[in-house]
Design a protein around this ligand. Structure first.
Ligand code: ADP
Ligand code: MG
Length: 694
C-alpha cells in the first residue's frame, strides 16, 4: 500500500464501493482517506444506564440484554422492535426496515453492548438501528471512536460508521510505511509535537482527548506553516523577478506642490507611508503595495503625492474608484489641490461624453494627460496610455481580480500598483494572505479630529433624534439620513427611502433637503452632491451610495435608519462620512425594537469603538473570513483544520517560524530542512491562489 494506491484495492472496499465513495466523498486514494478526518469522537469506554438517559444525549453506549422481539405490521411495511433491559430499566430498539435475516441475528438473552442514537417520544427512549456487540466479542480497544462525515446515501448502501472505522483502521495499520515526517526534529521538539505518524493515528483513533488535541494542533500548524512558507518563498522569488520602472527622482512637481500648495501638515503616519512608497518605487521592481488606513485618515493626499512622483519621472498615473460619485469627488479634490499648477487632470467615467472621451484618448496616447481619474471605464481597451507608470485603486474590495489584472496590461512594463482600502482587514488575515504584499498602514488621524460619538436609538426616540439634528443644524452643521438599499428588495427599499424623505421633509420643513440614490442619473447625482457639499442643503437623505469616500467636512451628524440591516464594515464606512472636519460629530444608529443577537453585537461594537481594526475583527468573527475577503478570494481560506478566527496564535507563531527558517536557509538546502522542502514541493508549490493583488 502506498499513498497513491487506489482505495479500490484497500481491504474491504472493492470496485463498486470505491466508485460510490469517490462520487460522494471525492476520496480516491489511500492518502485521501487518511486526510478524511473525523468530525467528532465517541468514548466507547463509557457505558450509560437507561435510568440516566436524557433528551440531550446524542450517541451513546448501553450494556444489557434483549429479552423480547416483536414484528409490527403497519400497512404494507413491517417493522421489528425489541425490548432491551439493563438493571436500571427497559427501552425499545427499533428497525424500520424489517428483514428476516436481521431478526435471526439478534442475540437474545445474551450480555450485549448496544450503541447508537437515542430517540425520545412521549418521554420514552428508544434506539433505532443500534450497533450491537456481544460482550464476549467486544474489541479490547479503549481508544476514542471516530465519527466520520457521512450521508444517508452512503449509510443506506452499507457505508456506515462501522465501515469507515474498519477501513481507516486497516489503513492506519500501514501508517509506519505510509507517513513520512515533514518537520525537522528541532521544530518537533520545540513545539512538543507528536510525530507525524502519531498525529495521523491520533486524529483517527485518539488514545485520549489530550492526544487528539496534540494531533489536531500539529495539523493546524502544518496547514498554516506550509501555506505561509509558500507565500514567503514566492515573495522572495517575485522580488527578484517582476520588473518595474524605477522612479529615482523626486523633482519639481512633487517638491513644488509639497512646498507651496499643501493645505496642511502631513501626519507622521502619512509621511512614513509616503517614504515607504518612495523607497519602493525607486527600485526597478514593480511595487505592489496595499495602503490601509481608516476612514478619514488621509489616503487621498498620499495618493496625489505618489502620482506627482510618477510625473517627476516622466510617467502618467491613473486613479480608479468604484463609483462615479467617488471618482468625481477624487477628481474635484485633486483638481482643486492642483489648481495653481499646470498639471493636466481629467475624469473618465461611464457617463463621460463622447467629445471629452476623444480628447482623453488622444491626450493619453500623446502623453499630454498626466493624471486620469475614473471608474472602471479606465479599464476599457480603447483607453491606451503613452506610459502608464502608476495605478492607484481606491477601495480595493470592490474590484474583482480580473478587472485589476487589466491595469497591468496597460503598459509594457507593468505600472506600480497602490491599492488603498479603508476596510481594514483583520490582522491575522492580512498576515496570512497579504504576506506576499507590502502593506503600509496610516494609523494616525489628522490632528484636531474628535472621535465620533455613536449612539443607538429606537423608533420611540425619533422625536429626540430629530430635535438633536435640528440643534446641530442651528449650529451650522449638516446632517445625513441614510436608508438601506439592498438589491434583493430594491423596490421595497426604494419605497422606504421615499417615505423617509417625506418624513424628513415634513419634520424639517424650514430647511433644504436633498436626496441621493443609485437610480438617479449621473448629472442628477452631481447636482444633489453639489447642493449638499456647497452647504445649500442642510440635510441629505441617501442610500448607501454615499458609503465610500464622500467628503463633506461640515456634515457632523449621520443618522443610519434600519441600521440593523447593515453589515459592520458598511456601518463603519457610513459613519466615516462624518467626523471629517474639526467639529464634534455624531452617528445615530436607528433600529427597530427587536434585534437578533448578531445585530445587537454589531450595534454594540459600533457604539463602543471607532477603531476600524477592532471592528473588522468582530466582523470576521460574525461572518467568517471567506465573506470578508469576498467570494472571489474565499478559496484561499480553504483550510481543513485551521480556523482563522480562533487560531490567530498559531498563525502568528508559524509566521515567525517560517521567517526564521527561511532567513537562515532561504533555499531550504540544509539537511535538516529536507522534509519541509520535499513536502512543500509535493503539495504546495504552484498552488497558492492569491499571488498578486492586481
Ligand atoms: P480617506 O483616507 O478616508 O480617503 P481622505 O483622504 O478623504 O480620507 O481625507 C479625509 C479628510 O482629511 C479630507 O478632508 C482631507 O483633506 C483631510 N486631511 C487629510 N490629511 C490631512 C492632514 N494631514 N491634516 C489635516 N487634514 C487632512
Ligand atoms: Mg478615500
Amino acid at each position: 500500500m502506498t499513498l497513491e494506491t487506489s482505495i479500490e484495492y484497500v481491504k474491504g472496499i472493492g470496485p463498486e464501493k470505491a466508485k460510490l465513495i469517490k462520487n460522494v466523498l471525492g476520496i480516491s486514494t489511500v492518502e485521501d482517506f487518511l486526510n478524511f478526518y473525523p468530525i467528532r469522537y465517541l468514548d466507547k469506554n463509557k457505558v450509560y444506564k437507561i435510568s440516566q438517559l436524557q433528551e440531550s444525549n446524542l450517541e451513546i453506549q448501553l450494556k444489557g440484554k434483549i429479552t423480547q422481539i416483536q414484528e409490527i405490521q403497519t400497512g404494507k411495511t413491517k417493522r421489528l422492535t425489541a425490548k432491551f433491559n439493563d438493571e436500571s430499566g427497559t427501552m425499545d430498539l427499533v428497525w424500520f426496515q424489517y428483514s428476516k435475516w436481521m431478526k435471526e441475528q439478534l442475540p437474545i438473552n445474551k450480555e450485549i453492548y448496544i450503541f447508537g442514537k437515542i430517540n425520545v417520544f412521549n418521554k420514552q427512549f428508544s434506539m433505532p438501528h443500534p450497533e450491537i456487540e456481544i460482550e464476549e466479542n467486544k474489541e479490547n480497544d479503549n481508544r476514542l471512536k471516530p465519527i466520520y462525515p457521512s450521508s444517508e446515501k452512503l449509510t443506506k448502501r452499507g457505508l456506515n460508521q462501522k465501515f469507515f472505522q474498519t477501513i481507516l483502521r486497516n489503513i492506519c495499520k500501514e501508517i509506519p510505511s505510509l507517513i513520512q515526517e515533514n518537520l525537522p526534529d528541532y521544530l518537533i521538539k520545540s513545539f512538543k509535537f507528536l510525530s507525524r505518524q502519531h498525529t495521523y493515528l491520533n486524529i483517527h483513533f485518539p488514545q485520549n482527548l489530550e492526544y487528539f488535541e496534540r494531533a489536531n494542533n500539529r495539523l493546524k500548524f502544518e496547514e498554516s506553516f506550509f501555506f505561509q512558507l509558500g507565500y514567503v518563498l514566492k515573495k522572495l522569488h517575485q522580488k527578484s523577478q517582476s520588473f518595474g520602472n524605477p522612479f529615482p527622482i523626486v523633482g519639481d512637481y512633487f517638491t513644488g506642490f509639497y512646498e507651496n500648495h499643501l493645505p496642511f501638515e502631513l501626519t507622521n503616519a502619512q509621511k512614513r507611508v509616503l517614504k515607504e512608497i518612495r523607497l519602493d518605487m525607486k527600485k526597478p521592481v514593480q511595487m505592489n503595495r496595499l495602503l490601509q488606513g481608516d476612514v478619514g485618515s488621509g489616503k487621498t493626499m498620499v495618493a496625489l503625492l505618489t502620482m506627482l512622483i510618477a510625473m517627476d519621472n516622466g510617467f502618467q498615473s491613473c486613479m480608479m474608484a468604484p463609483t462615479e460619485i467617488l471618482a468625481q469627488q477624487h477628481y474635484n479634490g485633486i483638481k482643486d489641490l492642483l489648481r495653481e499648477t499646470n498639471i493636466n487632470v481629467r475624469l473618465l467615467t461611464g457617463s463621460t461624453k463622447a467629445s471629452e472621451r476623444k480628447i482623453i484618448h488622444a491626450e493619453l496616447e500623446s502623453g499630454e494627460l498626466s493624471i486620469l481619474v475614473g471608474t472602471h471605464a479606465v479599464l476599457e481597451d480603447k483607453v491606451k496610455f503613452k506610459n502608464l507608470g502608476l495605478a492607484i485603486i481606491d477601495e480595493q474590495h470592490r474590484f474583482g481580480v480580473a478587472q485589476r489584472a487589466k491595469l497591468w496590461a496597460k503598459n509594457k512594463i507593468p505600472p506600480h500598483i497602490l491599492v488603498m482600502t479603508a476596510t481594514p482587514i483583520p490582522r491575522t488575515l492580512a498576515m496570512s494572505f497579504y504576506s506576499d504584499l507590502d502593506v503600509s498602514v496610516i494609523d494616525e488621524m489628522p490632528v484636531g479630529r474628535k472621535p465620533i460619538i455613536t449612539a443607538h436609538r429606537r423608533e420611540k426616540d425619533r422625536v429626540f433624534v430629530y430635535n438633536f439634528c435640528r440643534d446641530e443644524i442651528k449650529k451650522g452643521r449638516q446632517v445625513y439620513f441614510v436608508y438601506p438599499l439592498i438589491e434583493e428588495s430594491e423596490t421595497l427599499d426604494y419605497k422606504n427611502l421615499m417615505e423617509g424623505l417625506d418624513q424628513v421633509m415634513n419634520s424639517f420643513s424650514e430647511y433644504n433637503v436633498t436626496m441621493l440614490h443609485g437610480r438617479m442619473k449621473p448629472d442628477e447625482k452631481d447636482a444633489a452632491m453639489n447642493y449638499f457639499a456647497s452647504g445649500k442643503a442642510e440635510i441629505m437623505v441617501a442610500t448607501t451610495v454615499i458609503e465610500v469616500g464622500v467628503n463633506v467636512p461640515n456634515a457632523s451628524v449621520m443618522v443610519i435608519e434600519s441600521s440593523e440591516r447593515f453589515g459592520l464594515s458598511q456601518l463603519h464606512q457610513l459613519r466615516g462620512r462624518v467626523g471629517r472636519g474639526a467639529e464634534q460629530s455624531y452617528c445615530i444608529l436607528m433600529t427597530s425594537d427587536k434585534l437578533s443577537t448578531e445585530s445587537r453585537t454589531r450595534i454594540k461594537t459600533m457604539t463602543e469603538t471607532n477603531d476600524g481594526f477592532k471592528i473588522s475583527e468582530v466582523d470576521m468573527q460574525l461572518r467568517g473570513p471567506g465573506d470578508i475577503l469576498g467570494t472571489q478570494q474565499s478559496g484561499v481560506v480553504d483550510f481543513k483544520r485551521l480556523d482563522l478566527v480562533n487560531d490567530s496564535a498559531i498563525i502568528k507563531s508559524t509566521k515567525k517560524t517560517v521567517e526564521k527558517i527561511l532567513e537562515a536557509d532561504p533555499l531550504l538546502s540544509r539537511a535538516e530542512n529536507q522534509g519541509i522542502k520535499n513536502y512543500y514541493v509535493r503539495y504546495y508549490k504552484g498552488k497558492n491562489k492569491w499571488s498578486k493583488i492586481s
